[in-house]
Design a protein around this ligand. Structure first.
Ligand code: ARG
Ligand code: ZN
Length: 459
């Protein structure tokens, strides 16, 4: 889906303060526009700039595989937005005028499912809070000691452990490996859920299913279910935080000097953390409420380029410097330590049903291995389609999505020398988006399973 505008969360990358939890996301609308022959670019060029307060547009994205677009807006611009669409002859349909209710219902139901099966078998058909994910990994390692181990990869900004599961049969000779990560973005819950199913399939099919048995004999699989642990936990904490994308890193803001071009560091004390910085008199006071770095803009791959923001309040804030974030630093070092062994890199996101390869940071740059990428992407998306008939489009990230610099896929390709590097946007294409209902978890995981095991590295 081509993203043209907006901040994508109700809070637009700013921390939702406790006293604002209630008002933060009241009355949000989701509108599907039938662009027809008008392009999304036209919407971006002619309609969106006419909106009096652009910050009230939360998102405007193309719906993958259609000519339609989806706009999520705040109620204050409802009338002018609709009037503009009519003026330009764009028909539209209000999908919901109470997005807040959809989110609350979604979180409520998921929390109820957590309560309902506190005991018993691990249920792959629901979403899991982080402590349950960690427990599942530990239990799996205990149950399948010859196949699975929990490995420490990094620590988060808030000091939590980031772990991966290593799955494979130990050999005396060095093995090649495949890396899969998920949960770089907090709200994309289907991605971690998919990795858990993948782990379970690998360990339980070993010794029964020839393909999986071979896979674990020949390769090691590193599967990291949640990279952005802090953000993931934050997204479970309140419906107004359900659409959180970034990490929860907090850095003091800058004070901009009105008289010169200089900035000085601004001290946000715990007291005014939720308010303003304490800045010298001659400076513009900035608030201290912004939280989080987009962990998929912080990698050392054209860091700071297009599709990333220097503004800590942005949802696509790239951080202070390349690899400034402990999550990104830890994971990239871990991968580099296994350079040469790791021959495929998959990063799971949602939503959009896309299978993407480099480059994603520059629309004019084509990887030298594009033939390999196309070949594998065709095999993978065909394998997906055979399961439930779902179409996943494939292409360079800049062609099927948008330019974004500092992403992990380009880093893996350029800096870690991993030719087979893909970012996969799981279900769906627009309807539920990040709020994908639990009854779609298994179908999603099942349809991508055969594609993942195709990513076997050609010698
Ligand atoms: N949804 C992902 C993001 O916005 C897509 C990244 C695709 N890769 C790229 N290099 N543009 O982070
Ligand atoms: Zn994502």
């Amino acid at each position: 889906s081509v993203f043209v505008s907006g901040c994508l969360t109700f809070s637009c990358g700013q921390r939702v303060l406790d006293e604002d939890l209630d008002s933060a996301y009241r009355g949000i609308l989701k509108i599907r526009t039938q662009l027809g022959n008008t392009t999304l670019a036209a919407l971006a060029q002619f309609i969106l700039p006419k909106i009096s307060d652009p910050t009230q547009i939360l998102e405007a994205v193309a719906i993958s595989g259609t000519k339609d677009a989806l706009a999520t807006i705040k109620p204050s611009i409802e009338d002018e937005f609709k009037a503009l669409l009519r003026e330009y002859g764009v028909s539209y349909e209000v999908y919901t005028d109470d997005y807040r209710e959809m989110i609350e219902k979604h979180l409520r139901e998921n929390l109820r499912l957590v309560e309902d099966d506190k005991v018993g078998e691990f249920n792959f058909a629901r979403y899991h809070p982080y402590d349950e994910i960690l427990q599942y990994l530990k239990d799996t390692a205990e149950k399948y000691p010859n196949l699975a181990t929990v490995v420490n990869v990094a620590h988060t900004f808030e000091g939590r452990r980031i772990v991966a599961m290593k799955i494979g049969v130990a050999k005396d000779t060095p093995k090649r490996a495949v890396w899969i990560d998920a949960g770089i973005h907090a709200r994309e819950w289907i991605a971690p859920a998919t990795t858990l199913y993948f782990i379970q399939q690998l360990v339980t099919r070993y010794g029964h299913d020839q393909t999986v048995t071979d896979l674990l004999e020949k390769l090691d699989w590193y599967i990291l279910p949640v990279m952005n642990v802090d953000g993931y936990i934050y997204s479970w904490s309140h419906p107004a935080r359900r659409l959180w994308r970034k990490s929860t890193a907090f850095y003091n803001s800058m004070c901009e000097d009105r008289n010169s071009d200089t900035t000085s560091s601004c001290t946000c004390t715990e007291d005014d953390l939720d308010r303003n910085c304490t800045c010298p008199d001659t400076t513009t006071v900035q608030n201290c409420t912004c939280l989080g770095v987009d962990l998929n803009r912080n990698w050392d791959a054209e860091w700071g380029g297009p599709g990333a923001s220097p503004d800590p309040c942005s949802d696509i804030y790239h951080g202070r410097s390349p690899v400034s974030e402990p999550e990104v630093k830890g994971v990239s070092e871990f991968i580099l330590q296994r350079r040469g062994a790791i021959q495929a890199y998959l990063s799971l996101h949602s939503y959009g049903q896309l299978w993407m390869y480099p480059y994603g940071y520059n629309a004019t740059k084509t990887p030298t291995d594009i033939k390999e990428h196309v070949k594998l992407s065709e095999i993978a998306t065909a394998a997906i389609r055979r399961v439930n008939g779902k179409q996943y489009r494939h292409g360079r990230a800049t062609d099927v999505l948008f330019e974004a610099a500092g992403c992990s896929d380009d880093w893996a390709y350029d800096k870690a020398g991993i030719v087979h590097s893909y970012t996969i946007e799981l279900r769906d294409t627009w309807e539920y988006g990040f709020l994908l209902p639990p009854d779609q978890i298994l179908p999603t995981a099942q349809e991508v399973f055969p594609a993942f095991i195709q990513v076997r590295v050609q010698p």
